[in-house]
Design a protein around this ligand. Structure first.
Ligand code: P6P
Length: 333
């Protein structure tokens, strides 16, 4: 039985044996994510007070203006994972290529690679709206001790050994899974400790919230347009409520607690969808399925997609199982 107010550290130790590869390495990895999250949280929470806002006049591989906090968050997670000698490779939204850790330390025998969106929703930073960090963890597939290769990162989402997010909102939470359910921990900033506040998180089967940027409506596939009209029809528990924060972590976190569906279809500007498969969709899909929800690209399970590129984008529909099933039926499945 989960112990409310158990600390994240105690929880990791208690559940380490339940993790099939429990060598302690993954526990150390989650602990390093915890540390980096606290450091980033401190900066995010004071962003309005120091000159850390605004662009640094640079763009990331997505061609998006890099906010200073994006770069800061990337640096902190990479430094923490590297310094604590826990992983053999890192891929980040903020870097075109993956980072090979064991080229720094030839004796690196670490088995895990991490893929990360250091600060998702960063366009919200300047307007004081919640943002998040998303991470995905795999065991490497190439020989331990050799330099990591792209195939260590281009694995199906179903191969993830852990995934999670940090949401920097009205409170800061770390939510993650290692394949045995989803648990949420809330940071007590006064003492810098995460406490188990949301044990065994589950999507309500049905929901009544849909989250989509309807500004792109004219470019949506017909099935999505038809589904939106279904959501807005006066019948049964409809019309649903439309809620869109513009921050994937925030919209998905709310939908997991209240029930709902998040949709990011292909649009004219993003013909393959906007969200990145490896470090946004796969981790959020792993968490969603572990919480009893569903995640697809409209026709295929997200976790079954074979990746072809580090920054590959896919259409993304994620949330309460019945709502995603309804969406897929409108898409002709
Ligand atoms: P739009 C943030 O840039 C992000 O990747 C997600 O966090 C968010 O849901 C989406 O893009 C917002 O995109 O086109 O609606 O502004």
């Amino acid at each position: 039985m989960p112990k409310i107010n158990q600390t994240l550290g105690e929880f990791i130790i208690e559940h380490q044996s339940s993790f099939k590869y429990s060598s302690g390495e993954l526990s150390r990895l989650i602990n390093s994510i915890r540390l980096a999250a606290k450091v980033v949280n401190y900066e995010v929470n004071k962003a309005g007070l120091v000159d850390i806002l605004g662009d640094i006049g640079d763009t990331n591989v997505q061609g998006e203006a890099q906010q200073k906090l994006d770069v800061y968050a990337h640096d902190k997670f990479v430094q923490t994972l590297t310094k604590r000698n826990i992983v053999c490779g890192i891929a980040s939204e903020e870097e075109e290529d993956f980072i090979c850790i064991n080229s720094i330390d030839a004796n690196n025998q670490n088995k895990y690679v991490v893929l990360i969106d250091p600060l998702d929703g960063s366009s919200n930073i300047d307007v004081n709206v919640s943002v998040g960090t998303i991470f995905s963890v795999y065991r490497r597939v190439t020989p331990v001790g050799s330099p990591v290769l792209i195939e260590d990162f281009l694995q199906k989402g179903s191969e993830q050994v852990a995934a999670g997010y940090v949401i920097y909102g009205t409170s800061t939470m770390l939510v993650y899974t290692t394949g045995a359910g989803v648990n949420g921990f809330t940071l007590n900033p006064a003492i810098g400790t995460f406490y188990l506040s949301h044990p065994d998180m589950k999507f309500p089967k049905e929901g009544s919230i849909y989250s989509i940027n309807e500004g792109n409506y004219v470019h949506f596939p017909q099935g999505v347009k038809d589904y939106l009209k279904y959501c807005q029809k006066e019948q049964g528990n409809r019309p649903y409520t439309s809620r869109y924060i513009g921050s994937l972590v925030s919209d998905c976190h709310r939908n997991m607690i209240k029930g709902g569906i998040y949709l990011y279809p292909q649009t004219a500007q993003n013909p393959n969808g906007k969200l990145r498969l490896l470090y946004e969709c796969n981790p959020m899909a792993f968490i969603t399925e572990q919480a009893g929800g569903k995640a697809s690209n409209g026709t295929e399970r997200i976790l079954d997609i074979s990746p072809t590129a580090l920054h590959q984008r896919v259409p993304f529909y994620c949330g309460s199982k019945e709502m995603v099933n309804d969406l897929e039926s409108f898409m002709g499945n």
